[in-house]
Design a protein around this ligand. Sequence first.
Ligand code: C5P
Length: 243
Amino acid sequence: MHTGQQLYEGKAKVVFATPDPHVLVQSFKDDATAFNGQKKGSIPGKGSVNCRVSAALFRLLEANGVQTHFLRLLSDRDMLMRAVRIVPLEVVVRNRVAGSLAKRLGRPEGEAIPAGPVVELYYKDDSLGDPLVNESHVLAFGLADREALDAITALAHRVNAVLVPFFRGIGLDLVDFKLEFGRSLADGALLLADEISPDTCRLWDLATGERMDKDRFRRDLGGVEDAYQEVVGRVLAAAGSVE
Ligand code: C5P
């Protein structure tokens, strides 16, 4: 499968070259890390779940006018994608208080955000632990220009507007999630990149309140594999499997 040269290995994915310099393979691993790599483990089947969930959500978003790097699935854990230069920002969209926002503002997890969603920007740098930044930092240090920042913010809201009702329809509350964007190497277009999966979203079961995402691993709640399998099952049943 991976005949091309390995270009990059991250915590959860490996990227390989293809004969076309504008097209890459993104391969999803079962390795799991949390707290910026301080906690390490493996979740059997996670790579396959995250690859198939991401593919289905990228397809759904493309159908709703959001351009993504996704081209097609090669296997249950490998996807063909457009090559991008990643914008060094992690864009977090929050519909409810949870995780680092709960800590930072001293508010209870699960609290509604009356005039939400909140969009936050983090500088993508593992050695710094991805610090929170504001628009002034982004512009002053040239992490993105005004036009890109406005486009990214608008896209983050659009993605949220598509995904919230989709997940609600499969009995899941989309509490928050992280997005990354990149510039197409082929034509400079701004594309949604990386992945959207139970690793990068908080998904709470609407009926039971159970966490169906990576918090089960981060917080040692047990039942991690089952939760991931439940999410992929519901997503594919609603979105259809993706070729
Ligand atoms: O930890 P925090 O509350 O800031 O995370 C917000 C959301 O962003 C969560 O859904 C989490 O899974 C996601 N996230 C991520 N990658 C990071 C940081 C957060 O996918 N490096």
